[in-house]
Ligand binder design. Structure first.
Ligand code: ATP
Length: 265
Protein backbone atom coordinates (compact mmCIF):
# COMPACT_ATOMS: atom_id res chain seq x y z
CA UNK A 1 0.00 0.00 0.00
CA UNK A 2 1.27 3.45 -0.90
CA UNK A 3 1.66 5.62 2.15
CA UNK A 4 0.15 9.07 1.99
CA UNK A 5 2.43 12.05 1.77
CA UNK A 6 1.43 13.32 5.22
CA UNK A 7 2.11 9.92 6.86
CA UNK A 8 5.44 9.65 5.09
CA UNK A 9 6.56 13.02 6.39
CA UNK A 10 5.22 12.67 9.90
CA UNK A 11 7.87 12.59 12.66
CA UNK A 12 8.27 9.38 14.58
CA UNK A 13 5.92 9.51 17.56
CA UNK A 14 7.61 10.03 20.90
CA UNK A 15 7.88 6.93 23.10
CA UNK A 16 5.09 6.59 25.58
CA UNK A 17 7.62 6.62 28.39
CA UNK A 18 8.71 10.12 27.37
CA UNK A 19 12.31 8.90 27.40
CA UNK A 20 14.37 9.60 24.30
CA UNK A 21 17.47 7.81 25.51
CA UNK A 22 18.08 5.42 28.38
CA UNK A 23 21.32 3.70 29.28
CA UNK A 24 21.23 1.06 31.99
CA UNK A 25 24.53 0.01 33.57
CA UNK A 26 26.37 0.25 30.25
CA UNK A 27 29.91 -1.16 30.29
CA UNK A 28 32.44 -1.05 27.49
CA UNK A 29 35.92 -2.50 27.74
CA UNK A 30 38.47 -2.24 24.92
CA UNK A 31 41.54 -4.40 24.36
CA UNK A 32 42.51 -7.64 26.09
CA UNK A 33 44.93 -8.80 28.77
CA UNK A 34 47.67 -6.20 29.08
CA UNK A 35 45.93 -3.49 27.03
CA UNK A 36 42.55 -3.56 28.74
CA UNK A 37 40.82 -0.14 29.06
CA UNK A 38 37.46 0.28 30.75
CA UNK A 39 35.92 3.08 28.69
CA UNK A 40 32.50 2.88 30.39
CA UNK A 41 32.27 1.33 33.84
CA UNK A 42 28.50 0.93 34.26
CA UNK A 43 26.79 4.15 33.17
CA UNK A 44 23.07 4.67 33.73
CA UNK A 45 21.37 7.69 32.22
CA UNK A 46 17.84 8.72 31.33
CA UNK A 47 17.17 11.66 29.02
CA UNK A 48 13.61 12.85 28.44
CA UNK A 49 12.29 13.81 25.03
CA UNK A 50 12.87 17.37 23.89
CA UNK A 51 15.99 18.00 25.96
CA UNK A 52 19.47 19.23 25.07
CA UNK A 53 22.23 17.49 27.04
CA UNK A 54 25.96 18.15 26.90
CA UNK A 55 28.41 15.41 27.92
CA UNK A 56 31.70 16.64 29.34
CA UNK A 57 34.74 15.17 30.98
CA UNK A 58 38.50 14.85 30.64
CA UNK A 59 40.09 13.30 27.56
CA UNK A 60 39.65 9.52 27.72
CA UNK A 61 36.76 9.67 30.21
CA UNK A 62 34.46 7.77 27.83
CA UNK A 63 32.39 10.53 26.21
CA UNK A 64 32.66 9.32 22.61
CA UNK A 65 32.22 5.72 23.70
CA UNK A 66 28.99 6.70 25.47
CA UNK A 67 27.72 8.44 22.32
CA UNK A 68 28.71 5.50 20.10
CA UNK A 69 26.97 3.01 22.41
CA UNK A 70 23.87 5.23 22.42
CA UNK A 71 23.94 5.28 18.60
CA UNK A 72 24.41 1.54 18.27
CA UNK A 73 27.77 2.16 16.56
CA UNK A 74 29.51 0.26 19.38
CA UNK A 75 28.05 -2.70 21.20
CA UNK A 76 28.29 -2.51 25.00
CA UNK A 77 29.88 -5.48 26.78
CA UNK A 78 27.11 -5.27 29.36
CA UNK A 79 24.05 -3.17 30.05
CA UNK A 80 21.14 -2.00 27.94
CA UNK A 81 20.47 0.94 25.64
CA UNK A 82 16.98 2.20 24.73
CA UNK A 83 16.32 4.83 22.04
CA UNK A 84 12.81 6.22 21.64
CA UNK A 85 11.69 3.44 23.97
CA UNK A 86 13.17 0.66 21.79
CA UNK A 87 16.04 -1.53 22.96
CA UNK A 88 19.06 -1.58 20.64
CA UNK A 89 20.50 -4.88 21.88
CA UNK A 90 19.57 -8.21 20.36
CA UNK A 91 19.16 -6.92 16.80
CA UNK A 92 20.96 -8.16 13.72
CA UNK A 93 23.40 -5.72 12.12
CA UNK A 94 20.89 -5.07 9.33
CA UNK A 95 18.04 -4.43 11.75
CA UNK A 96 20.25 -2.16 13.84
CA UNK A 97 21.27 -0.15 10.77
CA UNK A 98 17.63 0.21 9.75
CA UNK A 99 16.66 1.29 13.26
CA UNK A 100 19.52 3.78 13.43
CA UNK A 101 18.56 5.34 10.11
CA UNK A 102 14.99 5.87 11.28
CA UNK A 103 15.56 7.05 14.85
CA UNK A 104 19.04 8.54 15.22
CA UNK A 105 20.88 11.40 13.55
CA UNK A 106 24.65 11.66 14.08
CA UNK A 107 26.81 14.77 13.68
CA UNK A 108 30.60 14.36 13.60
CA UNK A 109 33.37 16.82 14.43
CA UNK A 110 34.83 16.55 10.92
CA UNK A 111 31.43 16.80 9.17
CA UNK A 112 31.86 13.52 7.17
CA UNK A 113 30.26 14.94 4.01
CA UNK A 114 30.88 13.24 0.68
CA UNK A 115 33.04 15.67 -1.35
CA UNK A 116 31.57 14.79 -4.77
CA UNK A 117 27.94 15.24 -3.73
CA UNK A 118 26.17 18.61 -3.63
CA UNK A 119 24.69 20.10 -0.48
CA UNK A 120 21.25 18.74 -1.44
CA UNK A 121 22.60 15.30 -2.35
CA UNK A 122 24.57 15.04 0.92
CA UNK A 123 21.48 16.05 2.86
CA UNK A 124 19.16 13.53 1.21
CA UNK A 125 21.70 10.68 1.32
CA UNK A 126 20.27 9.10 4.51
CA UNK A 127 16.83 8.91 2.85
CA UNK A 128 18.37 7.29 -0.23
CA UNK A 129 20.35 4.78 1.87
CA UNK A 130 17.19 3.95 3.82
CA UNK A 131 15.28 3.40 0.56
CA UNK A 132 12.87 6.14 1.56
CA UNK A 133 11.34 8.49 -1.00
CA UNK A 134 13.28 11.71 -1.41
CA UNK A 135 11.04 14.66 -0.77
CA UNK A 136 13.02 17.50 -2.35
CA UNK A 137 10.71 20.18 -0.98
CA UNK A 138 11.22 18.86 2.57
CA UNK A 139 15.00 18.64 2.06
CA UNK A 140 15.03 22.19 0.76
CA UNK A 141 13.01 23.33 3.78
CA UNK A 142 15.56 21.75 6.15
CA UNK A 143 18.43 23.39 4.27
CA UNK A 144 16.68 26.76 4.38
CA UNK A 145 16.18 26.28 8.09
CA UNK A 146 19.93 25.85 8.59
CA UNK A 147 20.55 28.94 6.44
CA UNK A 148 21.80 27.18 3.31
CA UNK A 149 18.92 27.88 0.94
CA UNK A 150 21.36 29.68 -1.37
CA UNK A 151 23.91 26.84 -1.39
CA UNK A 152 21.86 23.88 -2.56
CA UNK A 153 24.07 22.96 -5.53
CA UNK A 154 27.42 23.76 -3.97
CA UNK A 155 29.96 21.04 -3.20
CA UNK A 156 31.34 20.75 0.37
CA UNK A 157 34.72 22.06 -0.84
CA UNK A 158 33.01 25.33 -1.79
CA UNK A 159 31.66 25.89 1.75
CA UNK A 160 33.11 27.23 4.99
CA UNK A 161 33.55 24.91 7.96
CA UNK A 162 30.46 26.31 9.66
CA UNK A 163 28.40 25.85 6.49
CA UNK A 164 29.65 22.25 6.15
CA UNK A 165 28.61 21.50 9.71
CA UNK A 166 25.19 23.01 9.00
CA UNK A 167 24.85 20.63 6.02
CA UNK A 168 25.76 17.78 8.39
CA UNK A 169 23.04 18.93 10.79
CA UNK A 170 20.50 19.15 7.94
CA UNK A 171 21.54 15.60 6.96
CA UNK A 172 21.02 14.44 10.56
CA UNK A 173 17.56 16.05 10.67
CA UNK A 174 16.21 15.04 7.26
CA UNK A 175 15.01 11.63 8.42
CA UNK A 176 13.19 13.32 11.35
CA UNK A 177 14.98 11.26 14.02
CA UNK A 178 13.88 11.44 17.65
CA UNK A 179 17.48 11.67 18.83
CA UNK A 180 20.41 13.64 17.42
CA UNK A 181 23.86 12.69 18.74
CA UNK A 182 26.68 15.15 18.12
CA UNK A 183 30.35 14.37 18.82
CA UNK A 184 32.28 17.62 19.24
CA UNK A 185 30.20 19.35 16.54
CA UNK A 186 31.94 22.68 17.11
CA UNK A 187 35.43 21.28 17.67
CA UNK A 188 36.64 22.29 14.19
CA UNK A 189 34.87 25.65 14.00
CA UNK A 190 35.74 29.27 14.81
CA UNK A 191 33.71 30.84 17.61
CA UNK A 192 31.25 32.62 15.30
CA UNK A 193 30.42 29.45 13.31
CA UNK A 194 30.32 27.47 16.55
CA UNK A 195 27.69 29.82 17.94
CA UNK A 196 25.54 29.40 14.83
CA UNK A 197 25.76 25.62 15.03
CA UNK A 198 24.92 25.63 18.76
CA UNK A 199 21.92 27.89 18.18
CA UNK A 200 20.79 25.52 15.46
CA UNK A 201 21.06 22.52 17.79
CA UNK A 202 19.12 24.47 20.42
CA UNK A 203 16.41 25.29 17.88
CA UNK A 204 16.26 21.62 16.93
CA UNK A 205 15.25 20.91 20.52
CA UNK A 206 13.12 23.96 21.36
CA UNK A 207 11.37 24.38 18.00
CA UNK A 208 11.14 20.83 16.74
CA UNK A 209 11.06 18.70 19.87
CA UNK A 210 14.12 16.64 19.00
CA UNK A 211 16.45 15.37 21.71
CA UNK A 212 20.08 16.38 21.32
CA UNK A 213 23.07 14.86 23.11
CA UNK A 214 26.34 16.65 22.43
CA UNK A 215 29.86 15.74 23.50
CA UNK A 216 32.01 18.82 23.95
CA UNK A 217 35.20 20.02 25.64
CA UNK A 218 34.05 23.63 25.58
CA UNK A 219 32.18 25.06 28.63
CA UNK A 220 30.76 27.84 26.41
CA UNK A 221 29.24 25.22 24.08
CA UNK A 222 27.96 23.19 27.04
CA UNK A 223 26.15 26.27 28.36
CA UNK A 224 23.77 26.06 25.36
CA UNK A 225 22.44 22.76 26.74
CA UNK A 226 19.66 22.35 29.31
CA UNK A 227 21.75 19.93 31.34
CA UNK A 228 25.41 18.92 31.46
CA UNK A 229 26.39 15.42 32.55
CA UNK A 230 29.98 14.90 33.59
CA UNK A 231 32.01 11.76 33.03
CA UNK A 232 35.26 10.81 34.73
CA UNK A 233 37.05 7.47 34.35
CA UNK A 234 34.09 5.94 32.53
CA UNK A 235 31.62 6.81 35.27
CA UNK A 236 29.04 9.54 35.77
CA UNK A 237 30.57 12.21 37.95
CA UNK A 238 27.72 14.66 38.34
CA UNK A 239 25.06 16.63 36.55
CA UNK A 240 24.31 20.35 36.21
CA UNK A 241 21.00 21.87 35.14
CA UNK A 242 20.80 25.35 33.58
CA UNK A 243 24.58 25.45 33.13
CA UNK A 244 26.65 28.58 32.67
CA UNK A 245 30.10 28.47 31.05
CA UNK A 246 31.71 29.67 34.28
CA UNK A 247 29.97 27.08 36.48
CA UNK A 248 30.81 24.29 34.02
CA UNK A 249 34.47 25.30 33.85
CA UNK A 250 34.61 25.41 37.65
CA UNK A 251 33.02 21.94 37.96
CA UNK A 252 35.46 20.51 35.40
CA UNK A 253 38.42 21.52 37.50
CA UNK A 254 37.05 19.44 40.41
CA UNK A 255 35.97 16.42 38.35
CA UNK A 256 38.87 14.23 39.39
CA UNK A 257 37.93 14.69 43.07
CA UNK A 258 34.27 13.84 42.35
CA UNK A 259 35.18 10.62 40.52
CA UNK A 260 37.43 9.54 43.39
CA UNK A 261 34.60 10.11 45.85
CA UNK A 262 32.26 8.02 43.67
CA UNK A 263 29.71 10.79 43.06
CA UNK A 264 27.31 9.71 40.32
CA UNK A 265 24.16 10.82 38.51
N1 ATP B 1 38.69 1.41 19.63
C1 ATP B 1 39.35 1.50 20.79
N2 ATP B 1 40.28 0.59 21.14
C2 ATP B 1 40.92 0.66 22.31
N3 ATP B 1 40.72 1.62 23.23
C3 ATP B 1 39.80 2.55 22.94
C4 ATP B 1 39.08 2.56 21.72
N4 ATP B 1 38.23 3.62 21.72
C5 ATP B 1 38.43 4.26 22.88
N5 ATP B 1 39.38 3.62 23.62
C6 ATP B 1 39.83 4.01 24.97
O1 ATP B 1 38.68 4.14 25.80
C7 ATP B 1 38.81 5.28 26.64
C8 ATP B 1 37.62 6.21 26.41
O2 ATP B 1 37.73 6.73 25.09
P1 ATP B 1 36.73 7.83 24.52
O3 ATP B 1 37.14 8.12 23.11
O4 ATP B 1 35.34 7.38 24.76
O5 ATP B 1 37.05 9.06 25.47
P2 ATP B 1 36.66 10.58 25.31
O6 ATP B 1 36.22 11.04 26.66
O7 ATP B 1 35.70 10.75 24.18
O8 ATP B 1 38.06 11.21 24.94
P3 ATP B 1 38.44 12.54 24.10
O9 ATP B 1 37.87 13.69 24.88
O10 ATP B 1 39.94 12.54 24.12
O11 ATP B 1 37.86 12.39 22.73
C9 ATP B 1 40.16 5.91 26.33
O12 ATP B 1 41.08 5.48 27.30
C10 ATP B 1 40.50 5.37 24.96
O13 ATP B 1 41.89 5.25 24.80
Amino acid sequence: MRRSRSTRNAPHPPPESGEALRLVEVRKVYGDEGTRVTALAGVSLSLPHGTFTAVMGPSGSGKSTLLHCAAGLEEPDAGRVFVDGHELGGRSETALTRFRRAHIGFVFQQFNLLPTLTVTQNTTLPLKLAGRPIDHAAARAVLERVGLGQRLDHLPGQLSGGERQRVAIARALVTRPGVVLADEPTGALDSHSAREVLELLQETVRGYGRTVVMVTHDPVAAAYADVVVFLADGQLAGRMASPTARAVAERLTHLGDAAQQGIGG
